[in-house]
Ligand binder design. Sequence first.
Ligand code: F6P
Length: 357
Amino acid sequence: MNSEMRMTLTQFLIEERRRYPHAGGDFNSLLLNVALVCKRIARKVAAGELGGATGSASNVNVQGEDQKKLDVISNDLFIEGNNWGGYLAGMASEEMEDPYQIPECYPQGRYLLVFDPLDGSSNIDVNVSVGSIFSVLRAPASDRPVTVDDFLQPGTEQVAGGYAIYGPTTMLMLTVGNGVHGFTLCPQVGEFMLTHSNLQIPPDTHEFAINASNSRFWEAPVTRYVDECMAGKTGPRGKDFNMRWIASMVAEAHRILMRGGVFMYPRDSKDPAKAGRLRLLYEANPVGFLIEQAGGRASTGRQPVMNVKPSSLHQRIGLIFGSKNEVERIERYHNEPQQHDEPNPLFTERSLFRQSV
Ligand code: F6P
């Protein structure tokens, strides 16, 4: 089908809204403005060195990470593209320590927008796919300044979740709780066109993604799972697995939505102050929402990630998602009685990634 015949994101959202006769247009305005912001970011990312925006911003963000110039630009685009619309009560971002208050000159609305403006940004300078991740929540109130507590809602409360991936093509993947739909940016028309309806993740896979350089910090159930995959045909799984690691979660989530697989950035003992690497509110929850809406599963290893009640705006969490049967297997391994629940070098289990002791 050529792009003229396809449904645009605007048409898709209008048709979705018709299913809810009492809905105003705020929700659609919000999603369309997020999509517009993503188009702007896509242009900046695609310009690369020619756009003069690659490299470090010489600043460290609230996460203690080196901010890239494009992190800062993308964050500003999200803020400026959404603060005026009258549909938001506030915003929160990976790049800002505190929630963003809607300026008094604009009306305050009923939704909260939470986002990671440029996920995987360490990949920008090496021209590997990056993306923007967003989650939409209902604001508990819209007649007072927004508070941190307003954002601390479990992922099950999300009314929309999605990401844009800036790869060989720019795509927007979206769920409003009625399946996952993928839209490809048509460079000629400048519109997101519906190209992937109702995506379904195959329940089984032979592909897993994990940063194996952290293996000495893993907990026993993760070590067991990875070892069994690595053992291949002759091991307990009886089949060979492939391993992938892009170090850009959006790109990994996209691969998994397209063809299945399992992604793990589990809780580990690398830094006792952090319960994991990825952020609950603007990474784990929206990706978890997409994955579950596509028939997959998203978990901390111990419970569905979207059931976790957040305790802080920038909370980190262990995250495992992808093909349902694999994620359930990993959860089973976590729930079985462990010989040594916490990793301890004195009790290192035999592992393909470890020297036996
Ligand atoms: O939060 C960010 C992120 O860049 C993810 O997109 C990615 O999966 C992960 O961190 C990469 O981590 P590491 O540098 O440990 O491979």
